[in-house]
Write a protein that binds this ligand. Structure first.
Ligand code: PLP
Length: 424
């Protein structure tokens, strides 16, 4: 595999590389199953003795070509697609945690991820300690326990837009012998490569910028291949000791840097089945082909809109990591010098009521649950995505009751500003 191409080229050319006479465009392998000449061959696949496709609940070639592209964009060792971002974060954690284990979770993660860890996985016997990503190393260290198996955080938190100090988090995780998992949905690999700063595993909701057109719910997990599981076999028995459900295979011994993703595919995907449909993977791939063009435009437009909002006297506060006034400006410059994302949060002097009125008056920007696609859209997290949280949890998540999340699209920026102006 080449690693010499730049990201713009990877977006277009990586993944599916047709051989002589094959289709130029990634084919959709719309097939549940795959044919073999002998029963012996098929048996070897089931023993993981040979690699090959047999059933789309586990793996499908269309998905794998798209996962390969995302893997290269992140600079990883192995990757897989999942049916949603939720499934990606769930598998990423569950692949190395079981009942009795513990996770250190950043308080500012997406509401769905917060729920997944603090409610649903708690019912599975996996507990977590919620930490403020701005805490210093010593304070963060106090959250770790002997049964802690990973740290989970977001590079840019949705919707609080907290920029993660990735190096600090990687260090504290590694000093406690566990990997750092980061959800890199908002900056995308175009603006941030967490592996460069010490993160071990990256997850994505491909539903957002990667697809970019609000067409398909999807997710991805990328492993850097850098975390040395075998150094702590008792901490990660699922990777380092024989898997009885696969005739005693030891993933770290047999698959090396691909151990983590192979286990997630052959065990979790087999048993839980959150595969992305090949049709959706095809559409995701079309989105990825322009990701490198869209991300800079999202950032440019958001910067202009944030500056406009900051000088508008109806606006109480604006949070955008590209603004010098933002608490996270310096961290954004360090980890995402080319820009962060297209999402801005702000509040109005009239508070929650004014926010709702303003949103109803918008003509171009639509009220949708979605975020991070080509069309400008708005959401009021306290009444929508985060409504399951109480006031204390909202505060910890960095979501003020009056917070409006504005996802700036790639339309003409003057039109977006005019729309905001008439609504304000
Ligand atoms: C949307 C989102 C998710 C969940 O992804 P789905 O594709 O909606 O399941 C996870 N993390 C972040 C940061 C998100 O924005």
């Amino acid at each position: 595999m080449n690693t010499t191409y730049e990201k713009e080229t990877i977006c277009i050319q990586s993944g599916w590389k047709p051989k002589n006479g094959e289709p130029r465009v990634l084919p959709i392998c719309q097939s549940t199953t795959f044919k073999y000449e002998t029963s012996e061959q098929m048996g070897r696949l089931f023993d993981l003795e040979e690699s090959g496709y047999f059933y789309t609940r586990l793996q499908n070639p269309t998905n794998d070509f798209v996962a390969q592209k995302i893997c290269e964009l992140e600079g990883g060792a192995a990757a897989m697609l999942t049916s949603s971002g939720q499934a990606a974060n769930y598998y990423a954690v569950f692949n190395i945690c079981e009942a009795g284990d513990h996770v250190v979770l950043s308080s500012t993660v997406y509401g769905g991820t917060f729920n997944l860890l603090t409610c649903t996985m708690k019912k599975m016997g996996i507990s977590c300690t919620v930490v403020d990503p701005d805490w210093d190393y010593e304070k963060l260290s106090e959250a770790f326990r002997p049964n802690t198996k990973c740290v989970l955080a977001e590079t840019i938190a949705n919707p609080a837009l907290v920029i993660l100090d990735i190096e600090k988090f990687a260090k504290v995780a590694h000093d406690h012998q566990v990997p750092l998992i980061v959800d890199n949905t908002f900056p995308t690999p175009i603006n941030c490569n967490p592996f460069k700063w010490g993160a071990d595993i990256v997850t994505h909701s491909t539903t957002k910028y990667m697809d970019g057109h609000a067409m398909c719910v999807g997710g991805a997990i990328v492993d850097s291949g850098n975390f040395d599981w075998a150094a702590y076999p008792d901490k990660f028995p699922g990777l380092c000791y024989p898997d009885e459900s696969y005739h005693g295979v030891v993933y770290t011994e047999k698959f090396g840097k691909a151990a983590y993703i192979t286990k997630a595919t052959s065990q979790l995907m087999r048993d839980l089945g959150s595969i992305q449909s090949p049709q959706n993977a095809f559409l995701l791939n079309v989105g990825l082909e322009t990701l490198h063009l869209r991300m800079p435009r999202h950032c440019e437009n958001a910067q202009r809109v944030a500056e406009y909002l900051e000088q508008n006297d109806k606006v109480a506060w604006v949070n955008y990591p590209g603004l010098k006034s933002c608490k996270y400006y310096d961290l954004a410059q360090k980890y995402m010098p080319k820009g962060t994302c297209g999402v801005i949060s702000f509040g109005l002097k009239g508070g929650r009521k004014a926010a709702e009125e303003m949103m109803d008056k918008l003509k171009l920007a639509a009220i949708v649950t979605h975020v991070a696609d080509a069309r400008t859209c708005v959401l009021h997290p306290a009444s929508h995505t985060h409504r399951q949280m109480n006031d204390e949890q909202l505060k910890e998540a960095g979501v003020a009751p009056d917070l409006i999340r504005l996802s700036v699209g790639i339309e003409n920026v003057e039109d977006i500003i005019r729309d905001l102006e008439q609504a304000l």
